[in-house]
Design a protein around this ligand. Structure first.
Ligand code: BDR
Ligand code: CA
Length: 311
């Protein structure tokens, strides 16, 4: 008999419209054992991203610990994305105040402890700034050999927060540098990939037709996200960036990848937070990243929609 083992995951996030949908996919799919949701300042301040994570868990009946992490980047001043996600970090849907509370343990302590107690079979999925992950690596370097893989959302060959830099990397490029130079296997969902994960009208109609509470919540998230992505970036449809990382963990064939060298710019006057993707191999450095190139759009959306239907 064929047995399927679930992939153990810690989802480190800053909800965030697309983060919220990533939580629903990770918690709702049978291929994932979601062992913790850790939060970080990013799209909004830490208190807000944590509250949003708790709200998502509550409306979908997700019984997974939520642990609060860092409220500031390692070195730089905090920057948030209210233009895209609203002041709350998850504007649009109106959700009740959650009964569920965040755990007592700090996210960084949770990440370190959980990895050290593991058999090296946990995947970290950071879909916000990399502050918590970098701090865990610095605090306890022996976690490095315990991380199965890091499947992150961030960076790309172009930017969205500056012409050079993507938001998650830009907010804490110093942390990103620690992570990208850690030697841990990294799969990177950059903008090149996530801009293919567009919630077009057909997708929105299918999600709208499901009718359960989590799916209705996703519809409301997408309505808000569609509006800001049009106003701010001129996109016809919103890209659900963070969901790509979770989808890849469930089924790696949803994405085509290529091994490339990626370095992080932390000093450039105009290029701070840029991910230098060595597409042509000109640096001669060993690849350190499994770089996501192409999304199987149908497979991706079917996976998410099937999962929402099962809630
Ligand atoms: C990333 O930035 C955030 O606004 C999104 O949640 C995503 O993680 C895209 O650049
Ligand atoms: Ca995010």
């Amino acid at each position: 008999m064929k047995t399927h083992t679930k992939r153990k995951m810690i989802l480190d996030c800053d909800p965030g419209h697309d983060d919220a949908i990533a939580i629903l996919l990770a918690a709702g799919h049978e291929g994932i054992d979601l062992i913790g949701i850790t939060t970080v300042a990013g799209n909004a301040e830490l208190e807000k991203t944590t509250l949003n994570a708790l709200k998502v868990c509550e409306i979908a009946g997700i019984d997974v610990p939520v642990l609060k992490g860092n409220s500031q980047p390692l070195i730089r001043k905090r920057e948030t994305a209210a233009d895209i996600h609203g002041d709350s970090g998850m504007d649009g849907p109106v959700l009740p105040a959650p009964v569920k509370q965040a755990g007592e343990e700090h996210a960084v302590d949770f990440i370190i402890r959980t990895l050290m107690e593991s058999d090296g079979d946990i995947t970290l999925v950071p879909v916000g700034p990399l502050t918590n992950i970098a701090m865990a690596m610095r605090r306890e370097p022996s976690i490095l050999s315990k991380i199965q893989e890091i499947v992150l959302m961030g960076g790309g060959t172009f930017g969205n927060w500056t012409p050079a830099a993507e938001f998650n990397i830009y907010v804490d490029a110093d942390a990103a540098k620690v992570v990208f130079e850690s030697g841990v296997p990294i799969t990177m969902m950059g903008l090149d990939l996530t801009h293919q994960a567009l919630a077009d009208h057909d997708v929105s109609r299918r999600i709208g037709g499901i009718g359960n509470q989590p799916a209705n919540f996703v519809s409301e998230l997408l309505t808000y996200f569609r509006k800001t992505y049009l106003e701010f970036f001129g996109f016809e449809h919103p890209p659900v960036h963070d969901v790509c990382s979770v989808a890849y963990c469930i089924d790696p064939t949803v994405v085509e990848t290529k091994k490339l060298r990626v370095d992080i710019e932390t000093k450039g006057e105009l290029t701070y937070g840029m991910t230098l993707v060595d597409v042509n191999g000109v640096t001669g450095k060993e690849p350190n990243v499994n770089f996501a190139m192409k999304l199987d759009h149908a497979k991706f959306w079917n996976m998410l929609i099937d999962t929402l239907e099962r809630y």
